[in-house]
Ligand binder design. Structure first.
Ligand SMILES: [Fe+2]
Length: 132
């Protein structure tokens, strides 16, 4: 389970709220591995997570663009990498269900990545945004 720790807060309320929601949805996916949830339910939960990630990234990018953030292009490209990883996770799920590989990819490519991204790249943007 992930929690939004102090060092993951940007001080930008809209984005912090979205990060909280994103982490809630990720935790739901993580907890499904331990329970015996139907394939349909897992699929629905994964779709909800993906939809939310796309919405969140697009809102965050819009805020960066509006505020003339100098690292906008780089940050957007990082988001794109993540969207590709989520796509791969979905493929893995469709092929093999919540397999050991699914759990491993979920932890390494999805959970750890987003925590690192928020703590470094997003927090850096938060500092820029608050200083405007
Ligand atoms: Fe971001």
């Amino acid at each position: 389970m992930i929690t939004l720790t102090k060092d993951m807060e940007l001080g930008v309320p809209k984005i912090d709220e979205q990060h909280r929601e994103l982490i809630d949805r990720l935790n739901t996916v993580i907890s499904m591995g331990a329970k015996s949830v139907s394939k349909e339910e897992t699929e629905k939960t994964l779709d909800l997570l993906c939809d939310y990630i796309l919405k969140h990234f697009s809102d965050e990018e819009a805020l960066q663009k509006q505020s003339g953030y100098p690292k906008y292009d780089w940050h957007k490209s990082q988001h794109q990498i993540y969207v590709n990883e989520i796509g791969k996770l979905k493929q893995e799920f469709y092929a093999n269900g919540t397999s050991a590989k699914f759990t491993l990819d979920l932890n390494n490519s999805i959970v750890n990545w987003i925590v690192r991204h928020i703590k470094a790249a997003d927090v850096e943007f938060g500092k820029y945004y608050r200083a405007l």
